[in-house]
Design a protein around this ligand. Structure first.
Ligand code: COI
Length: 375
C-alpha cells in the first residue's frame, strides 16, 4: 500500500539535480548483484556508488557528487584517524510491492546528525543536502534495494574530519558521505529472542560526555564489553548509567524497552548519555496509539531483575534502525541470569514490530506521514 506520494520539496529536488554523477565503470552484473543482495551478513556488501559533499571552513558545503564506490585515499595525518572527530547515521530504503522505494523519517536522521555535529564540533549539514544525498544515491543504485522479506538497503551517512593536521582542534576540512548496503536481519539466525549481558565494569558514556551523539567513539567504547558479552555466549551487552551504575541506559547500538504485566511500556529517559533513536521515538508513538501507558524514566536495574523474576515485567525488547524491534529472551549479569517469559518473543513486541515494518514496507497506512518516497 504505497499511499499518497510523499514527494520532496523543490529545493531538495533541485539539490539532487545538482549532484554530479560519475558512473561506476565496473558496476556489478545483474547476476552478481542478485547474489550479493542475498548475502546474509549485515554490512558486508556495498552498492556501486557513494555520495559525497565536502566542507571547508572558508567555502562551506560544496562539490555534491555521486561517484563509484571505492576506497578513500587519505593522508596518514588526516585528523579523524587521530582524534576521532566523526559522526554517522543509519536509515533504510524499503522496496514496496509496486516496485517503488521509500525511506522512513529521514528528516529525523538529518536533525539528529545536526545535533551530533554540534556536540562533536563538526559543521551542520543542512537537512535538504542530507535528504538529497540519500535520495540521489538510492535513485542511482535503486536496483540494489532488495525485494525479499525483512530486507532493505541500509543507508549509512557519515561525516569526518578530513584535514591532514595533528593539532588538537576541530578540523577546517570535513567530508560528508553516504554509502549503502543491502541487508537482512541484523542478528544472525533472523528475528529471534536475543540474550543480553549486563555490563557493570565498563560504561559506554558518562555525564557531560558524547553518549547522546551518534559518534564512532561511543561505539568503540562498547566493543570490549561487547566482546566480553560474546565470550560468555551473549548476543549483546547492556550498559548502565556512568554516574551511579544504577540505571539502564542502552545496548550500545540499540535502545531498550520493557513491557509490564499491566500493559505499560517503559524505556530509559534521555538523560544526555543515551542516543535518541528514531525507532525508539516511533515505538513511543505506536504504543501510545494503541492505548498503552508509555513511560520514559530512569529504570533501576534492580527493578528489571526483580520484575523478570516476579513476572511483573513480561516483555523486554531492543530497537534501532538495524535491529528494528528485536525481542530479548534472556538477561544476565554478575549476580543474576533470567529467562524472560520462558523465551516467548512477546505479544506486544511482535505486534509493534509488525506494525512498524508494515508501515515501512507499505503494507499498512502511514497515518503519521513517516514515509518518504525516494524512487
Ligand atoms: C543503526 O541501528 O542504524 C545503528 O546505527 C546501530 C548499529 C548498526 C551501529
Amino acid at each position: 500500500m504505497s499511499t499518497a506520494p510523499a514527494t520532496f520539496s523543490e529545493s531538495v529536488e533541485h539539490i539532487i539535480d545538482e549532484f554530479s554523477v560519475t558512473p561506476n565503470p565496473h558496476p556489478a552484473s545483474e547476476a552478481d548483484r542478485n547474489a550479493l543482495i542475498g548475502a546474509p551478513k549485515f554490512g558486508t556488501v556495498f552498492t556501486d556508488h557513494m555520495a559525497a559533499i565536502s566542507w571547508s571552513r572558508t567555502g562551506g558545503w560544496d562539490d555534491h557528487r555521486i561517484v563509484p564506490y571505492g576506497p578513500l585515499a587519505m593522508d596518514p595525518a588526516t585528523a579523524v584517524l587521530h582524534y576521532g572527530q566523526e559522526i554517522f547515521e543509519g536509515l533504510k530504503a524499503y522496496r514496496h510491492a509496486d516496485g517503488s522505494t521509500w525511506t522512513f523519517r529521514p528528516e529525523a536522521n538529518a536533525a539528529r546528525m545536526k545535533k551530533s555535529a554540534a556536540r562533536m564540533a563538526l559543521p551542520e549539514l543542512p537537512t535538504d543536502d542530507f535528504l538529497a544525498a540519500v535520495a540521489g544515491l538510492v535513485r542511482t543504485d535503486q536496483a540494489w534495494v532488495p525485494t525479499f522479506h525483512d530486507s532493505a538497503l541500509y543507508l549509512r551517512p557519515f561525516m569526518f574530519a578530513s584535514e591532514p593536521f595533528l593539532g588538537v582542534r576541530s578540523a577546517n576540512e570535513v567530508e560528508f558521505m553516504v554509502i549503502a548496503s543491502p541487508v537482512g536481519p541484523y542478528f544472525s539466525g533472523g528475528v529471534r529472542p536475543v540474550s543480553i549481558w549486563l555490563c557493570r565494569t565498563y560504561h559506554r558514556a558518562g555525564p557531560g560526555g558524547t553518549g547522546a551523539a551518534k559518534c564512532g567513539g561511543n561505539y568503540a567504547a562498547s566493543l570490549l564489553p561487547q566482546e566480553i558479552a560474546a565470550s560468555k555466549g551473549f548476543d549483546q551487552v547492556c550498559f548502565l548509567d556512568g554516574g551511579e551504575g544504577t540505571y539502564l541506559e542502552e545496548l550500545g547500538g540499540m535502545n531498550i524497552f520493557l513491557v509490564k504485566a499491566d500493559g505499560s511500556v517503559h524505556t530509559p529517559e534521555l538523560t544526555g548519555s543515551i542516543l535518541e533513536g528514531v525507532t525508539r521515538s516511533s515505538i513511543l508513538q505506536l504504543a501510545t496509539d494503541r492505548g498503552h501507558q508509555v513511560v520514559e524514566r530512569k529504570i533501576p536495574v534492580t527493578e528489571l531483575q526483580e520484575g523478570i523474576v516476579s513476572g511483573e515485567i513480561t516483555e523486554v525488547f531492543a530497537c534501532g534502525t538495524a535491529a528494528v524491534i528485536t525481542p530479548i529472551g534472556r538477561m544476565a549479569g554478575q549476580d543474576f541470569d533470567s529467562v524472560i517469559a520462558d523465551g516467548d518473543p512477546g505479544t506486544l513486541t511482535m505486534a509493534l514490530r509488525e506494525e512498524l515494518t508494515g508501515i515501512q514496507y507499505g503494507l499498512i497506512p502511514d497515518r503519521h506521514g513517516w514515509m518518504q518516497r525516494l524512487a
